[in-house]
Design a protein around this ligand. Structure first.
Ligand code: UDP
Length: 239
């Protein structure tokens, strides 16, 4: 599915957990600075980069609701947390001289633009990085699903999921030293084997629309640029 010379436009999905670095909570300036630097490099090579950021370093709705909170309210807390991450990345990118726009699925006009797909495309065409916040703006979804949906709507060629593992394994590599990593998978295999790529809603959406997913280790040296350029890295899920 990967074209020679890489992609023209991609959605980079960054897990919120990664933003915390070793601290599990909050935002690590080292991590966000590192990510911003890599995105800046990709942009300088003419690749259009849109970003979706998770909120795992702040709140996850499902976890809060296990503690007794009403699920939708908990999910809104999760969505608002993603916006804080967006602003952090925006700041680091702009300090590197990269123009950015944050667009959120929940309106907050002092802080960010509203999500307007055609405007997002226009920003990307001008070389700006568009950072999508607040997921889909709806409870019971994940930012992975938001990444897939945004990619489809703005015509990106792939969703690149940067995580803390270097791809998809047949079992948990931290528990099973014999775990085997996949180079390539098809969507059905991911769904039927319950492999941890993205949640089933996100994977189904990609499957129905033939959108490739690349899962890679976000913090590996040079990995973001490699993924964005369409090089072979991590695990690719494609038709
Ligand atoms: N969320 C939501 N709808 C969305 C996207 C996110 O309700 O469209 C909420 C949900 O509670 C989720 C939280 O925001 O747990 C943070 O997002 P996510 O768990 O996807 O972050 P990640 O795991 O990527 O850090």
């Amino acid at each position: 599915a990967r074209r020679d010379g890489g992609w023209k436009r991609v959605v980079l999905k960054l897990s919120g957990e990664a933003f915390a670095g070793d601290d599990q909570l909050g935002i690590s300036p080292e991590v966000v600075g590192y990510i911003a630097q890599a995105i800046a490099e990709a942009v300088s090579k003419g690749i259009q980069v849109a970003v979706v950021i998770g909120g795992g370093n702040m709140f996850r709705g499902a976890e809060l609701s296990q503690g007794g909170m009403e699920r939708s309210r908990a999910d809104y807390m999760g969505m608002l947390g993603t916006v804080i991450n967006c602003l952090a990345l925006q700041d680091f990118l702009e300090r590197l001289g990269i123009e950015t726009r944050v667009q959120t699925a929940i309106h907050m006009s002092q802080v960010a633009e509203a999500y307007i797909p055609r405007r997002a495309i226009r920003h990307l065409e001008k070389g700006r990085v568009v950072i999508f916040g607040a997921g889909l703006g709806a409870p019971f979804f994940s930012t992975d699903t938001a990444a897939a949906q945004r990619a489809l709507e703005i015509g990106a060629q792939a969703v690149l999921k940067g995580t803390q593992v270097d791809g998809v394994y047949d079992s948990d590599p931290r528990k099973n030293p014999a775990a085997v990593r996949f180079d390539r998978l098809d969507y059905n295999e991911v769904l039927t084997r319950g492999l941890k790529v993205m949640d089933a809603t996100a994977v189904s959406l990609c499957m129905d629309n033939g959108l490739p997913i690349v899962v890679f280790d976000l913090m590996g040296q040079g990995n973001i640029l490699r993924a964005v350029q369409g090089e072979k890295i991590g695990t690719v899920v494609c038709p």
